[in-house]
Design a protein around this ligand. Structure first.
Ligand code: F6R
Length: 615
């Protein structure tokens, strides 16, 4: 939620900020703004709309000189997206400027108090309250900027990543974090600050990630100082070497990031199991699992917590872990789990799944599970993210940056890693015979090739999209391992094309949704030739006899469903438990093409943000 980019150094700050904001637009894109200081004037430009709108406005309104500045791309929390509510915000004196990602929960009492003290507010934001609180503290106690920020933050309840500038300290940026990420890139005589490292990877590969309740004072030509906000103690920050490269965060010839990321799946699934799956030797090795194998095998229950698409991956894992390792699994929405006084036992293993590693509800659920003594294992994509640091152990999915707001490759790589875990546990617990175990390992190794083949359904998916692009509703049905895929298919369609879609277990259709079916209603049925195939065929008959339009995802060579369905999309054969890795692909493509044909902004759907760092 919201992206921040700041720069201080010898280069012109503007190109770095504007390019960086474009890279961070996945975090929010309802308004954008920036400040630049040229040694004399503090120049502000902000606007409702996207970073490209900001760029146009800057060209008309301000000069872009300056070696220090910062910008913001917003996902509104307090106050509608408009020019005034956009960041940066100034203090009443006009001397302090701030950008903020997060929510100040106690902004109302703070604001009332500041109004009593004569402060005037122009926006509806909590951020403007914070910058005036900093100014008030600074004036009242005659403090330097860093100290004033620290004192003010100690009065604040909520979450924040902030960067603050004071015209009276023009060679300094002060930044701080609690609950929202902030990375600081360290170059030669220059520093970069950003919500993730993508805005500065072409300039430096050295970065530190501020921890919660830490602040940094960044001064030109001086070593950076990192302190604990609460007790002022100095911290020796860990300087990480970044793994990301420029190519990974650019579109590489594809029209949209989403399409690029769909097509990356064969490679990233391979990256996920590289070094972990040694199929010919019958070995699965993941240090996070090996080091804690007893905890996993002794677990009375595995609790999976996640949100959105990651929650759907968790549901697939429920089927796979229970089937392979015979450990009971419960899958919870993190947002519900954290507030419903859940029963957590010391011998529970909690698996938290998150692409971004920053989802506020998942992070809070992890903290709750840890407080109750559970061992928490993270499955994250973003290296060094808050969740990866908060968990006791974990495994990265290695999907590379996912920039399209709709999650695609994160989902299939999450399923891959969770399947590896299920197989490793099955071996350790002896719940699967050796020949099945070996067969699964070899089949898993062949999945990238089969995903590649499944991607050849692109043309068929596009043709089907042409036919159904204007429907108001769609129903997705699947059973067993493919029930979560039905949910995921429906989520993909609604979030990027704004068509109302629902996913259901196919057999549940009779208990209500069947009433929706008429000749207008496309029903996407996931019907691979395994598991409950015959039952799904019966469900298809039921739809057919009510004139519903059937789009079926079937295994290559299928004849029975083909004879009944209006359209079929064929995927290669694999074991039932691995089918979600293949059935997902045409559903992603179908949603993509429908959204493109409807003229929707595929990579940045309305109202959404990639990283949900507010609850
Ligand atoms: C949907 C989507 C979201 C995320 C959810 C959790 O395409 O991307 O539903 O899956 O916001 O995000 P992470 O996995 O980053 O915790």
């Amino acid at each position: 939620m919201c992206g921040i980019v700041g720069y201080i150094g010898h280069r012109e700050a503007y190109p770095i900020i504007i390019k960086g904001l474009k890279r961070l637009e996945y975090r929010g894109y309802d308004s954008a703004g920036l400040v630049l200081y040229d040694g004399k004037d503090l120049k502000l430009c902000k606007t409702k709309g996207k970073v490209s709108d900001l760029e146009e406005k800057v060209a008309k309104e301000i000069s872009t000189e300056g070696h220090i500045g910062f910008g913001h791309t917003r996902w509104a929390t307090h106050g509608v997206p408009n020019d005034v509510n956009s960041h940066p915000h100034f203090s009443n004196s006009g001397k302090l400027a701030i950008v903020h990602n997060g929510i100040i929960e106690n902004y109302e009492p703070l604001k009332k108090e500041l109004i009593k003290r004569g402060y005037v507010f122009h926006s509806d934001t909590d951020t403007e309250v914070l910058i005036n609180l900093i100014e008030d503290v600074q004036k009242t106690d005659n403090l330097k900027l860093g100290k004033a920020v620290q004192v003010a933050l100690n009065q604040v309840v909520g979450a924040y990543a902030i960067v603050v500038f004071d015209v009276n300290k023009p060679d300094e940026l002060v930044c701080a974090r609690l609950g929202s990420p902030l990375a600081i890139g360290i170059g030669e005589d220059e520093y970069f600050v950003a919500s993730d490292a993508s805005p500065f990877i072409e300039f430096t590969s050295n970065a530190i990630y501020l921890e919660d309740e830490e602040m940094a004072i960044i001064r030109l030509n001086k070593p950076m100082k990192v302190r604990k906000i609460k007790d002022d103690s100095l911290v020796d920050p860990y300087v990480q070497e970044l793994q990301m490269n420029l190519e990974q965060i650019e579109k590489g010839g594809y029209e949209h990031f989403m399409l690029k990321e769909i097509y990356e799946q064969p490679n990233v699934i391979k990256d996920t199991y590289r070094g972990r799956l040694l199929a010919n030797k019958g070995i699965i090795q993941m240090s996070g699992v090996e080091d804690n194998l007893e905890k996993f095998t002794n677990a009375k229950r595995i609790l999976i917590i996640a949100c959105g698409t990651s929650w759907h991956a968790g549901l697939v894992a429920e089927y796979v872990i229970e089937e392979f390792a015979r450990i009971p699994v419960e899958v919870e929405y993190a947002s519900e789990f954290r507030y419903r006084n859940p029963i957590i036992n010391k011998d529970d293993v909690v698996i938290a799944i998150s692409q971004s590693g920053e989802t506020a509800d998942t992070l809070a659920a992890i903290k709750l599970a840890k407080e109750n003594g559970a061992f928490v294992f993270g499955v994250c994509n973003v290296v060094g993210s808050s969740i990866s640091r908060e968990t006791d152990a974990g495994a990265y999915t290695h999907a590379g940056p996912e920039i399209g707001v709709a999650s695609t490759k994160a989902f299939t790589t999450q399923i891959t890693i969770l399947t590896l875990i299920a197989l490793r546990l099955a071996k350790a617990k002896g719940t699967m015979n050796q020949s099945d175990y070996q067969r699964y390992l070899l089949e898993l190794e062949m999945i990238p090739e089969k995903v590649q083949e499944a991607l050849q359904t692109n043309d068929v998916a596009k043709q089907i999209a042409e036919i159904y692009k204007d429907v108001p509703n769609a129903l997705y049905l699947g059973r067993g391992f493919n029930f979560p895929v039905a949910l995921e298919g429906a989520l993909k369609l609604k979030e990027i094309s704004y068509i109302h879609a629902e996913g259901y277990p196919a057999a549940e259709m009779k208990h209500g949704p069947i009433a929706l079916i008429d000749e207008q209603m496309p029903v996407i049925v996931i019907a691979p030739n395994k598991g409950h195939y015959d039952k799904v065929v019966s469900n298809i008959q039921e739809i057919k006899s009510r004139s519903g339009k059937i789009i079926a995802v079937v295994t290559k060579g299928d004849t029975q469903v083909k004879a009944l369905a209006d359209h079929v999309i064929e995927i290669p054969e694999t074991s039932e438990a691995l089918t979600p890795l293949l059935t997902t692909i045409p559903l992603q493509l179908l949603s993509y093409h429908i959204a493109v044909l409807r003229g929707c902004n595929v990579d940045q759907p309305r109202n959404l943000a990639k990283s949900v760092t507010v609850e």
